[in-house]
Design a protein around this ligand. Structure first.
Ligand code: GDP
Ligand code: IMO
Ligand code: MG
Length: 423
């Protein structure tokens, strides 16, 4: 059975949580493979809203096993807070939620370094979520990060923390002119969360491989989006991990195998944080999109930047990720707009570009070339089949399929589980 990979095809917040929750109904195992508590995946079960930051969105289906993969950077405090919310909501996660021993741990000093790095950049700041993501991945690749498995040996953990803090405090004090982190407090934090996390740390690779051997359905959950990928995104305005589909194998521990790769694509476009955004609308239409789509960050509450769908970016994403199909979300939000625009290429000086430029200066300067569609004037949130949709909506979907050369398999027309059309 092919592995089901679900990734964000844009700059994040495409509605991955909702799509993963819908697909999880038929899954036995859901693995989150990268990022950390910078993510915010919203799922509605009836009227109850859940925002999952670290825990796989499959947790809301009681028969699904969930793994936080080795590619994730885990903030222990955020993890325990999320568990508390699930407990209070009556979600039972006992014996079905595991943390890979290879998952790197975020300490308070990572968050402090994230904040200092951002404020030192001034106008050139990335606009991070402040969750310590960049500094934690830097430690991992610098080979001095602390992993979940290290929490199980308090003696060697103490030495690792002492070694790390020596360097972090040097940077905090001497480079950033900031307060150092207390060794005692960091050790207390480590001890407290080591005992809280211990029940969840388990060799997850053997579990994954046994599911594969038995041909059980597995879903691999991406966070962020392809355009935030550290290698293929709009560098340096990116996150520090690999949201692209290739990252799914490395971050989960599944060997590259036949897979269905679903790219979640919002029917328009949003971005939080800084960096190029050619189709951004600083006008009333942008405001309307934000208002109708409730475009405020699920993690930081920041207003999301809004604009028209960018097919240059979507085509790039389809190719970089090898998408096999699309889950198109938030189509209902576009109801009522007289005309809807889609960017088909970029203009740069006298050139027409059909590809995202690697050069951030060029990417920031391109102008979108638009194709205009007639809007649909009736709500689509109660449509339950493709044939129910207005002709104009069908045309919009057909255009997306033709330009990406892949099918739109799922169409989401609202927040709820049942507001989904399988095409
Ligand atoms: P994620 O990070 O990709 O999981 O997306 P977020 O949860 O950050 O943001 C997506 C928002 O859109 C959430 O509030 C979802 O409840 C909501 N949403 C998802 N699909 C749809 C849809 O088809 N229509 C509408 N109106 N809202 C949706
Ligand atoms: P989900 O999974 C949207 C953005 C931040 C910032 C950049 C780097 O909910 O789609 P970081 O804190 O990762 O170092 O910030 O990445 N960012 C997201 N934008 N959705 C997300 O996650 C994001 N996670 C990080 O706003 O621009
Ligand atoms: Mg989100």
């Amino acid at each position: 059975m092919p592995v089901q990979i679900v990734i964000g095809a844009q700059w994040g917040d495409e509605g991955k949580g909702k799509i993963i929750d819908v697909l999880s109904e038929k899954m036995d195992l859901v693995i989150r493979y990268q990022g950390g508590a910078n993510a915010g995946h919203t799922v509605y079960v009836g009227d109850k809203k859940y925002v999952l930051h670290l825990i796989p969105s499959g947790i809301l289906r009681e028969n699904v096993q969930c793994i936080i993969g080795g590619g994730v950077v885990l903030d222990p405090q955020a993890f325990i807070e999320e568990l508390d919310i699930l407990s209070k909501a009556g979600i039972n996660y006992t014996d079905r939620l595991f943390i890979s021993p290879r998952t790197h741990i975020i300490f308070p000093y990572h968050k402090k370094l994230d904040a200092q790095s951002e404020s030192s950049k001034g106008k050139k700041s990335i606009g991070t979520t402040g969750r310590g993501i960049g500094p934690a991945y830097a430690d991992k690749y610098g080979r001095h990060g602390i992993r979940a498995i290290d929490l199980l040996n308090l003696d060697s953990l103490k030495i690792k923390i002492e070694d790390n803090l020596k360097f972090k405090n040097f940077v905090l004090e001497k480079f950033y002119n900031a307060e150092p982190e207390s060794l005692e407090k960091t050790l207390d934090f480590a001890k407290e969360y080591a005992s809280k996390l211990k029940p969840y740390i388990k060799e997850t690779l053997s579990l994954i491989h046994s599911y594969q051997k038995e041909d059980k359905p597995i879903l691999v959950e991406g966070a962020q989006g392809a355009l935030l990928d550290i290698d293929y995104g709009s560098f340096p305005y990116v996150t520090s991990s690999h949201p692209v589909a290739g990252g799914a194998f490395i971050g989960s521990g599944i060997a590259p195998v036949k897979s269905e790769i679903t790219g979640v694509l919002k029917a328009y476009l949003t971005r939080v944080g800084n960096g190029p955004f050619p189709t951004e609308l600083d006008d009333q239409i942008g405001e309307d999109l934000r208002k109708c789509g409730h475009e405020y960050g699920a993690t930081t509450g920041r207003p999301r930047r809004c604009g028209w769908l960018d097919m240059v970016a979507a085509r790039y994403s389809a190719q970089v990720n090898g998408l096999t199909n699309i889950a198109l979300t938030k189509l209902d939000v576009l109801s009522g707009f007289d005309t809807i625009k889609v960017c088909t290429s970029y203009k740069y000086k006298h050139e027409e570009l059909e590809w995202i430029p690697a050069d951030e200066n060029i990417f920031s300067a391109v102008e979108p070339v638009y194709k205009t569609f007639k809007g649909w004037n009736r709500p689509v949130d109660t449509c339950t089949s493709f044939s129910d949709l207005p002709d104009e909506t069908k045309e919009y979907i057909a255009f997306i399929e033709e330009s990406l050369e892949i099918p739109v398999k799922y169409i989401s027309v609202g927040q709820r589980r049942d507001q989904i059309i399988q095409k």
